[in-house]
Design a protein around this ligand. Structure first.
Ligand code: GDP
Ligand code: IMO
Ligand code: MG
Length: 415
């Protein structure tokens, strides 16, 4: 059996949570493979809202096993807090003992460095993501499995704090002493040790047993550390290839890849966004789409569908199809724009350039429609909505497999 995948196509917040939750009804196992609690995946079921940051969005399907893979960076504190929302997680949630920890100093470094960057701030979520992945790559990080010997871990951390005293002083960060640290780590170990596992072996076994495995991406393609809008990106590989590394799978283990994309575009944090709308339409998209961050509450920047970026993302992820989310948010716009190419230094460009900062959008306009909200059948969509979707398919070169018309699980058209 191969594992299927959900991946974000834009700058995150495309609606991955809704689709993973919907699909999880037909899967035995749901796995996160990168990112951390910078992610915020919202799910609405029967009028109740769930916001998930680390726990896979399969948790609302009582039969699904949920796995947090080695590629995720885990704040033990955040995970324990999130686990409190759910009962009976033992035996249903497994966390890789190879996953790196986000420790308190990572969070403080993230926030202090953002302050120092001033106008050039990335606009991180301040959750310690970059510094934790930094420690991992630098080979000074600590993995969750080390919670099995908290005295050794606390000793190692105190040594690290002493060796890097100058850095912590410069950033105004007070580091804990051994006793405080050990007590804190013991608290994490008490809760989390029963959940730790060799998740790679587990996923291999599930696939060998013909179980259906779904991989849940966090963030989006344009935030990928290698292939996104560097340096305004997150610190992990958000593209589909990241799932192999973040779980210990081979490319041959991957089956269908579904790209999740909004019918328009948003970004939270800084960095280039050619199709951003600074006028009334941008405000209208934000208000209608309730575009405020699930993790940080920050308001999201809004603009039009960027077909160039979507084509790029579709290719790099190997998308078999796209799920078009939030089509209802475009209800009532007399005209809808699609960014079909960029203009850079007077030249038309239709691939994603390295210097996206200098790209001006070239738009095509299409007539809008009155309402698609709650629509569950393709036949019931207005003609102009169908024409818009057909144009998106044509211009991105990727077929549409699903259309979402409200946050609710059931307000979905599956093609
Ligand atoms: P994720 O990070 O990709 O899981 O997305 P978020 O949860 O951060 O943001 C997506 C938001 O859009 C959430 O508040 C969802 O409830 C909401 N949403 C998802 N699909 C739709 C839809 O089709 N229509 C509308 N209006 N809202 C949607
Ligand atoms: P989901 O999974 C949207 C953005 C931050 C910032 C940049 C780096 O909900 O789609 P970080 O804290 O990761 O170092 O911040 O990445 N960012 C997201 N934007 N959705 C997310 O996750 C994000 N996770 C990080 O706003 O611009
Ligand atoms: Mg989100």
């Amino acid at each position: 059996m191969k594992a299927d995948m959900i991946v974000g196509i834009q700058w995150g917040d495309e609606g991955k949570g809704k689709i993973v939750d919907l699909m999880a009804q037909n899967y035995d196992v749901v796995c996160r493979y990168q990112g951390g609690h910078n992610a915020g995946h919202t799910i609405w079921v029967d009028g109740v809202r769930y916001a998930l940051h680390l726990i896979p969005s399969g948790v609302l399907n009582p039969k699904a096993i949920n796995i947090i893979g080695n590629g995720v960076v885990v704040s033990a504190e955040a995970l324990i807090e999130e686990m409190k929302q759910f009962e009976g997680l033992l035996g249903r949630l497994f966390v890789s003992d190879k996953a790196h920890m986000i420790l308190k100093h990572h969070i403080l470094i993230d926030q202090a460095k953002e302050k120092l960057r001033g106008e050039k701030a990335i606009g991180t979520t301040g959750r310690g993501i970059g510094p934790s992945y930094g420690s991992k790559i630098e080979r000074s990080g600590h993995r969750l499995g080390e919670l099995r010997d908290t005295a050794k871990l606390a000793t190692s951390l105190v040594e690290f704090y002493t060796e890097n005293k100058a850095l912590f002083q410069a950033l105004d960060i007070i580091t804990p002493d051994f006793v405080t640290l050990k007590a804190e780590l013991d608290g994490y170990a008490d809760v989390l040790l029963p959940y730790l596992a060799d998740t790679t072996q587990m996923v291999w076994k599930f696939l060998d047993e013909q179980k259906r495995v779904l991989l849940e991406g966090a963030q989006g393609t344009l935030l990928d550390i290698d292939h996104g809008t560097y340096p305004y990106v997150t610190s992990s590989n958000t593209i589909s290839a990241g799932a192999c590394v973040g779980l210990g799978l081979s490319p041959k283990d991957i089956g269908k890849v579904t790209g999740i994309v909004k019918a328009y575009c948003t970004r939270v944090g800084n960095g280039p966004f050619p199709s951003e709308d600074f006028g009334d339409d941008g405000v209208k998209l934000r208000d209608k789409g309730k575009e405020f961050g699930t993790s940080t509450g920050r308001s999201r920047r809004c603009g039009w569908f960027d077909a160039v970026a979507c084509r790029y993302a579709s290719r790099i992820n190997g998308c078999d199809d796209l799920s078009i989310m939030k089509l209802d948010v475009l209800d009532g716009f007399p005209q809808i724009k699609i960014c079909v190419a960029y203009e850079i230094n007077g030249q038309r460009v239709d691939t994603l350039p390295e210097d996206l900062e200098n790209a001006k959008p070239i738009y095509e306009e299409m007539p809008g429609w009155e309402s698609v909200v709650g629509c569950r059948k393709y036949e019931d969509l207005p003609q102009s909505a169908k024409a818009y979707l057909a144009r998106l398919e044509e211009i991105t070169g990727t077929k549409i497999g699903l259309i979402s018309t409200s946050p609710d699980r059931n307000d979905t058209i599956i093609l």
